[in-house]
Design a protein around this ligand. Structure first.
Ligand code: UFG
Length: 330
């Protein structure tokens, strides 16, 4: 990456994907500032070389203090609530934290003439697409408030760029998984709702069984199919997106996925192989709002950003997650 004059601000740098981003930036010799309100993130996940400010992006005064003290050149914005089910039960929380929080953040960036931002979007912006794999030009029709707020953030960035010249890259992640090779950080949500960590909690004896939410979907074995992508590969894509903006390229949206779909049953089977544990599974009712299949076409990121995921098998991704789940630090 080219020489930077300022620091990188990672908003939400104590969360799962944000903390892996901070590690990658520091490995690349960058000066990193982290903001997080620690509502879902972990202080222990923040790299010791990052300068940490605890506070909320909805608090303009707090943002002012950070931006006055630090010389920020780029912003990478992860801070968001991201549970689909919770978003259907408490949509207002999602609109406030995800959308209003981003509005306040953008107001502060405009004021401080910070004009490059990379931010987390989601496959949830598409809803239930009619074709697979999903390309970025396909219709966006979110089926829950979480996806709606991510899509609204993308539109907000579009209009803010027109008015204030802030260029952005929006990265639509599919199913993030895995953990840092060091074993120092990994996926640690509370409550945990994601498939791979739950399966590995069964393998490590913390949970009795994994529940398979429905086996009557229109897929190869009747269980939902998802595109799993390693969190360190996501961090790499953000590095590439920063380089892309640095070179003066226009704002853009990219899917980030491996391009291969695995069913819930396949994930459990691979986890059994990797962990050498039996992993009891029971079939339950469908979970509300789960699309049958979500698989990314990520050729655009490969061609334009020059991104290519290093973890290309589910075995490697689950092995990396297992290393963390056997011995989580937090
Ligand atoms: N699943 C189970 N049992 C469980 C947990 C999950 O069968 O105990 C299934 C789900 O029904 C789904 C698949 O495993 O079919 C993956 O579920 P996750 O909860 O791990 O992930 P999602 O695909 O629901 O969610 C991901 C991201 C969200 C994003 C969404 C886009 O984590 O942030 O994709 O649709 F919004």
């Amino acid at each position: 990456m080219e020489q930077q004059s300022g620091s990188v601000l990672v908003v939400g740098g104590a969360g799962y994907i944000g903390s892996h981003m901070v590690y990658r930036l520091i490995e690349q010799g960058k000066d990193v500032v982290v903001i997080d309100n620690l509502s879902t993130g972990h202080q222990e996940a923040i790299h010791e070389k990052a300068r940490f400010y605890k506070g909320d992006i909805c608090n303009r005064e707090f943002l002012e203090q950070v931006l006055e003290r630090e010389q920020i050149e780029y912003v990478i914005h992860f801070a968001a609530n991201s549970l689909v089910k919770e978003s259907t039960q408490n949509p207002l929380k999602y609109y406030v934290n995800n959308l209003y929080g981003t509005i306040v953040l953008l107001e502060a960036l405009v004021e401080h003439h910070i004009d490059k931002i990379v931010f987390s979007s989601s496959a949830a912006t598409y809803g239930q697409p009619e074709k697979m794999p999903i390309t970025e030009d396909m219709t966006t029709n979110p089926t829950n408030p979480y996806g709606e707020t991510k899509l609204a953030m993308e539109r907000l960035f579009h209009w803010v760029e027109q008015a204030h010249g802030i260029r952005y890259v929006s990265l639509r992640y599919f199913n993030a998984c895995g953990a840092h090779e060091s074993g120092e950080i990994g996926e640690a949500h509370n409550p945990e709702t994601h498939l791979i960590p739950l399966v590995l909690q069964v393998a490590s004896g913390k949970r009795e069984e994994i529940q398979i939410f429905g086996e009557d979907y229109n897929t190869k074995d009747g269980t939902c199919v998802r595109d799993y992508v390693h969190v360190c590969d996501l961090a790499d894509a953000h590095m590439k997106a920063m380089e892309y903006l640095q070179k003066g390229n226009p704002s853009a949206i990219f899917n980030l996925g491996s391009g291969t779909g695995f069913s819930v049953k396949e994930v459990i089977e691979v986890a059994r192989k990797v962990t050498k544990q039996p992993i009891d599974a029971v079939v339950k009712e469908r979970r509300l709002g789960d699309p049958d299949e979500l698989v990314a076409a990520s050729e655009k990121a490969r061609e334009i950003l020059g991104w290519s995921p290093k973890y290309d098998t589910l075995e490697d991704m689950i092995s990396s997650a297992w290393k963390w789940h056997k011995n989580p630090r937090f």
